[in-house]
Design a protein around this ligand. Structure first.
Ligand code: BES
Ligand code: ZN
Length: 850
């Protein structure tokens, strides 16, 4: 059902709804293909609104009856909603609609997953459940009665009544409709309990399908840790008697923060040592924290409109990052975040999909749950905290919760609490929310008569819809080192606000070596002409863990670029520096494992593009392989020791310490496999007793072109565990040689278990292919064609997941003519598909308009 003409919604057009909602009563009579939803809603005119039009959103609903104050009415119904004549005094709206959850494959609104009913309403899914002002600034209390022949019936808030075949829930906290949730199914509870700081008992439950009971313990512990942390660090207490989490297999996103009833993609909550990797555990801990933290940053204080999405998402990502830093290693977390930002946000911000952290227009809001809104949104908060200091940040947050509890807010409200707390003028800082693109910071320095001067220049390239860029406030954390590697100036934060600005340091005995952008203090690209010798010096001596890692990364990147462009030999400074770091047993194994990482191939393609070169995916792949081989040879003698260091003789735990050791061990195994052809990996595979080791050994074998038997054995062993089968699909596409990745992926689409309507399965295969840089960009276009073909097939079934995956094509303009032409052809093929969804139409047209 394609819209005649896609409409664009603008931030500047915001107007409040003409009515306030005092209460909502919903009754659900569940039936797979004919669920009845009865609503009784108390409205009253909004004194702060000027437009009295009574329009209720509603999509894919069959209206059975509608009354106002008990009198039947005949509203004007379209496929977007209905309009009725409403009185200019308080009134009660009642309606009955019928919906078809059994045929809802888009997984938005009320749908079914393996016989279980569940909902996903953010951002605009509630309108697929009943007629309602489905916008986040309309907040109300909800009472929900569920009639259904299923053992477990859940909704938001506290349970208020129940009987045979029905249950009633009451949520005392006013909320927007996007936080509504309902779950009904044959589920089993993994129970828990938490006593809040004021002594209230909260009943916790993690609800899963029978068979998944053994995968709940970790998630439950993560929830309790999150609840405690939010009390300790932000003073925020939970506010209901129960907190329920439900795991569902069919889910478009990772998880959703519905009030008192979080719904999780089963991949984002279920875990056991045998079936989940250390990385899975870490992600689960972070997502549980994230959704829980939304209870205050998102639910108690929500967004006025969807342009303000970063108000809740940026802040909540920032909070979950703080949580992870506290639970695990702060420097490792910071490095991970920088890697992810560069891998996901930078390409977005420097390509056709670039948009501000607070966008100014959209066609389909689902397309703006982006890395820019989330991760850059979180970085912006980190910068704000760095600029005002920790104490002022804490005060501002207290004021925010105090002033805005129960409200639907804007970024202006958010910045105002900081202005009021600190007396600062944040109007220039506000550009971080309105200006898109990644600032590049160019550095030069000077040493005259004992005074050291750093001169910084900032420049942001034009982005779609924004040609002129103004200077932004950039906190640049800098430390200075002497030739022995001692800090002669401890880290200080420079407030860089002009297009060009100099900072002087006097009283130094000799010209120092600067360590700039410590802790990755701002989401910018640092352009610094440093020699390999300086990088090597910082790799050996930098006292800031982030920048020490960064020095190794820069060396590696320069080495690879030299190999790609000039056929240079692997850089000896890099190999020697790396060896020294890896030998240093005083360094955390997790940190050393990160040191062994290389920039992604896609990142290298970006770097080449920025140097005005056309990236050749195969040349990039070859350079990475060659450098890996050289690294393996250079470290040959150390590898057995690194591998042994990783062995733990205590029972498996996914904690930071053990997983750091395993990360180092598997990095060492990867290098070893390049020397022994996979002998050690095969042995490790045979004795692996947890998924982390099993999967890393299998990955090494596949990369070495081996592992056929192990791959088959793995499938036999795990064919009944859908989350592990996802890994089996994904690994083959991501580890495949570039020449065969597209063919392997195409064969896998024919596998009986390629259940493509399940978003996890679809993403496991197609997402992994898209991430295999040289494989996806194969010269003959086989990768592009396969992805396009499947996106076209998925679109009518699940527009949201289809649209998100179109971003695999967002970098098309940087490649050679032939690849560009093939990508354009495939994008056009998608764009011209009859009845293409609004979601995918918007994405493809933005990408093509580049
Ligand atoms: N509110 C979102 C879930 C969501 C996203 C609903 C898009 C509707 C559309 C949730 O809080 C969220 O951000 N989830 C993330 C994980 C999180 C750890 C960043 C997700 O689902 O990926
Ligand atoms: Zn979120």
């Amino acid at each position: 059902m394609r819209d005649a003409a896609p409409t664009t919604i603008y931030l500047k057009d915001y107007t409040p709804f003409g009515y306030l909602v005092d209460s909502v009563h919903l009754t659900f009579d569940l039936a797979d293909h004919a669920t009845r939803v009865t609503s009784r809603i108390a409205f009253r005119p909004n004194p702060n609104a000027s437009d009295p039009t009574f329009f209720l959103h509603g999509e894919d609903l069959t209206l059975i009856s509608a009354t106002i104050d008990g009198v039947d009415i005949a509203p004007d119904v379209t496929d977007k909603g209905l309009t009725a004549d409403a009185p200019n005094v308080p009134f009660v709206w009642e309606a009955e609609v019928e919906i078809d959850p059994g045929n809802n494959t888009a997984l938005e609104g009320l749908y079914m997953s393996n016989g279980m009913y569940c909902t996903q309403c953010e951002a605009e899914g509630f309108r697929k459940i009943t007629y309602y002002p489905d916008r986040p600034d309309v907040m109300s209390t909800f009472t929900v009665r569920i009639n259904g022949d299923l053992p477990v019936l859940l909704s938001n808030g506290n349970p208020s009544d129940k009987g045979d075949g029905w249950a009633e829930w009451t949520d005392p906290w006013p909320k927007p409709a996007y936080l509504f949730a309902l779950v009904a199914g044959d589920l089993i509870a993994h129970p828990g309990q938490f006593t809040t700081m004021s002594g209230r008992d909260v009943e916790l439950n993690l609800w899963v399908r029978p068979g998944d009971e053994g995968k709940c313990a970790f998630g439950m512990e993560a929830l309790k840790k999150s609840m405690k942390w939010d009390e300790d660090v932000y003073g925020r207490e939970y506010d209901l008697d129960v907190f329920n989490i439900v795991a569902v297999d069919d889910f478009n996103m990772g998880a959703m923060e519905n009030k008192g009833l979080n719904i999780f993609n089963s991949s984002a909550v279920l875990a056991s040592p045998e079936t989940s990797t250390d990385m899975n555990f870490e992600r689960i801990e972070a997502i549980i924290a994230h959704e829980y933290f939304h209870n205050w940053t998102g639910n108690r204080i929500t967004c006025r409109d969807w342009f303000q999405l970063c108000l809740k998402e940026g802040l909540t990502v920032f909070r979950d990052a703080q949580f992870t830093s506290d639970m695990r290693s702060a420097s490792v977390k910071r490095i991970h975040d920088a890697i992810d930002l560069r891998a996901r946000q930078f390409p977005e911000d420097n390509g056709p999909l670039s948009h501000p952290v607070r966008p100014e227009s959209f066609q389909e809001i689902n397309n703006f749950y982006t890395s820019t809104v989330y991760e850059k949104g979180a970085e912006v908060i980190g910068m704000l905290k760095r600029l005002v200091g920790d104490d002022a940040y804490a005060k501002a947050l207290d004021l925010y919760f105090d002033r805005h509890d129960g409200q639907a807010c804007t970024i202006e409200d958010w910045l105002k609490v900081f202005e009021d707390t600190t007396g600062r003028d944040l109007s220039q800082f506000n550009r971080w929310y309105s200006q898109s693109g990644t600032p590049r910071v160019f550095v030069s320095d000077d040493w005259v008569d004992g005074t050291y001067t750093l001169t910084l220049n900032q420049k942001t390239e034009p982005t779609p819809g924004q040609s002129e860029k103004l200077p932004q406030v950039i906190p640049i954390a800098v430390g200075l080192l002497n030739d022995n590697g001692d800090e002669v100036r401890a880290t200080e934060v420079l407030e860089f606000t002009e297009a060009e600005q100099s900072f002087t340091f006097s009283g130094l005995a000799a010209k120092p070596t600067p360590s700039i952008l410590r802790e990755f203090s701002a989401p910018v690209i640092l352009e610094q002409d440093q020699t390999d010798a300086v990088h090597a010096f910082l790799l050996a001596h930098d006292t800031d863990p982030f920048n020490r890692w960064q020095a190794g990364r820069s060396l590696a990147q320069e080495a690879l670029i030299g190999m790609i462009l000039r056929d240079a030999a692997p850089n000896a400074d890099y190999l020697d520096g790396l060896l020294a770091v890896l030998r240093d047993q005083t360094l955390d194994p997790a940190y050393r494992a990160l040191m062994l990482g290389l920039p992604t191939q896609s990142e290298l393609a970006t770097a080449l593009h920025q140097k005005g070169k056309t990236p050749d995916p195969m040349a990039i792949w070859t350079a990475v392989e060659t450098l890996r081989q050289a690294t393996a040879q250079h470290m040959q003698d150390l590898l057995p020791r690194l591998h042994a260091e990783a062995e733990v003789d205590v029972p498996y735990s996914p904690d930071a310490e053990q997983s750091g050791k395993r990360a180092l061990g598997s990095a060492a195994l990867g290098l070893t496999s390049r020397l022994d052809g996979g002998v050690k990996a095969a042995a490790d595979y045979a004795k692996a007793d947890n998924m982390t080791l099993q999967l890393s050994a299998l990955a090494c074998l596949l990369r070495a072109g081996k592992g056929e038997a192990e791959l088959a054995a793995f499938y036999d062993q795990w064919q009944h565990d859908r989350l592990v089968v996802d890994k089996w699909f994904g690994l083959q596409a991501s580890m495949a040689h570039p020449d065969s990745a597209a063919d392997i992926a195409r064969d896998l689409t024919k596998h009986a278990e390629f259940n493509w309507k399940n978003p996890n399965r679809f993403r496991a295969l197609m997402g992994s292919l898209a991430m295999n840089h040289a494989g996806f960009h194969r010269q003959d276009g086989a990768g592009y064609a396969l992805l396009a073909e499947w996106l076209i097939r998925l679109d009518p079934v699940n527009p949201q997941t289809t649209a998100r995956m179109c971003s695999a094509f967002q970098t098309w303009k940087r490649y050679d003519r032939s690849r560009q032409a093939q990508m354009r052809e495939n994008l056009t093929r998608i764009a011209e598909t009859p009845d293409l969804s609004r979601d995918t139409t918007e994405m493809v047209s933005r990408i093509l308009d580049a």
